[in-house]
Design a protein around this ligand. Structure first.
Ligand code: F6R
Length: 366
């Protein structure tokens, strides 16, 4: 059932183009580029009635929520909080009938996320669940459900669940903006067309993975690996770091690149591997500055940048290019090389890729 792949994780990484198509299926009107969410029954008044969105999830799903925040805030200017469920459930979260709570859970069975859902409903909020499992506890108890339709995810390290969750957030963000009449048809079309290209763009990335195997070989004995980025690149770097930790067992951290000077720089020494995401035009030069800072301390830097971007060569040791897309959509693509780096590193180390030590696929107890 691994379909010729050595591991479920690799199979699931390769299933992403298809999974993304399935998430989009029936939700994009190809005639006018508008978003259709029959399952939501949202109206302009309903959406305008929410003065805040709270996203709650654990682990990788939480990282998807961080992208969701950027997308929803950018497209609708509605404030969005993102919190891990185990924290949310034990404080007094500011949530009421004017809050849209979005819980994200691949399995739909994560105990903390389910508890956060119930707590939110108690406080009067409507809960929308983004989940991959029909009939799961979270799918059953949520007021509304968006299914990611990614197909079963077996490997403990989540891959296609993440990309389909973030795609769901793009669709939700555009849909909210469309209902609120806050997005021009032109801008919406630009985003939707770019979204529709992402499956083929991932296929393109997957066709050029040799360099990442070599890279994995080069970091397998590292004491620590750091992932740096700004804005949504930082959100993606958190996911890249989690992936590497959970299956390679190499210590790894993700930092907002501007935070380096506030402490982390002390950890950088000769040969420390750093993955520097630099896909955002607006902070491109700032990131180059941060790369210079770590290079000056002897770091080995892999830059992740958009195709055609040559300038980064002078700053890094190696570059991994991803296809050009809209600035808001880069996470769908930039996470793929990070997934592969963690996969190949775990493979090099002879670890059990699909069943890493100490971890379970579904965390149904606290
Ligand atoms: C990491 C991973 C976990 C899950 C987390 C939430 O690769 O798989 O961090 O994302 O346990 O699980 P779900 O999405 O099922 O609620």
């Amino acid at each position: 059932e691994k379909n010729g792949y050595d591991h479920f994780m690799l199979k699931e990484i390769h299933e992403q183009p298809k999974a993304l198509q399935n998430t989009m299926a029936g939700r994009v009107n190809s005639e006018n580029g508008s978003i259709v969410f029959d399952e939501l029954q949202w109206t302009k008044d309903k959406v305008n009635g929410w003065n805040k969105v709270s996203i709650v999830a654990c682990g990788t799903a939480y990282h998807a929520g961080l992208i969701g925040k950027s997308v929803i805030e950018e497209l609708t200017r509605t404030p969005v909080d993102v919190e891990v469920a185990s924290e949310f459930r034990y404080r007094r979260p500011i949530v009421d009938e004017k809050t849209l709570v979005i819980v994200v859970s691949q399995s739909g069975e994560t105990a903390d996320t389910l508890a956060a859902l119930r707590e939110s409903q108690k406080l009067g909020a409507q809960v929308l669940a983004i989940t991959n499992v029909v009939g799961s506890s979270i799918a059953r108890e949520a007021n509304q459900v968006i299914l990611t339709n990614a197909g079963p995810e077996i490997a403990v390290a989540s891959t296609k669940a993440y990309t389909t969750q973030i795609l769901s957030f793009y669709l939700i963000g555009i849909y909210m903006a469309q209902l609120k009449e806050q997005i021009t048809a032109e801008y919406r079309n630009e985003l939707v067309q770019s979204l529709q290209q992402t499956p083929d763009q991932i296929t393109e990335i997957l066709e050029h993975t040799k360099g990442l195997r070599w890279y994995a070989e080069s970091i397998k004995d590292a004491k620590s690996v750091f992932f740096l980025g700004r804005g949504i690149d930082h959100a993606v770097s958190l996911e890249g770091s989690l992936k590497l930790k959970e299956i390679s067992y190499i210590h790894s951290e993700a930092y907002a690149a501007g935070e380096l000077k506030h402490g982390t720089l002390a950890l950088i020494e000769e040969g420390t591997p750093i993955v520097a995401l630099n896909t955002q035009e607006e902070v491109y030069e700032k990131m180059l500055g941060n790369i210079q800072e770590v290079k000056a301390r002897g770091a080995q830097v892999l830059g992740v940048a958009l195709e055609g971007n040559m300038k980064i060569w002078q700053y890094v040791d190696e570059t991994c290019y991803i296809p050009v897309t809209h600035a808001l959509l880069t996470p769908i693509l930039s996470v793929v090389p990070l997934q592969l780096i963690s996969y190949y590193t775990a493979l090099e180390l002879g670890n059990d890729v699909d069943k890493p030590r100490n971890l379970a696929k579904s965390v149904t107890v606290e």
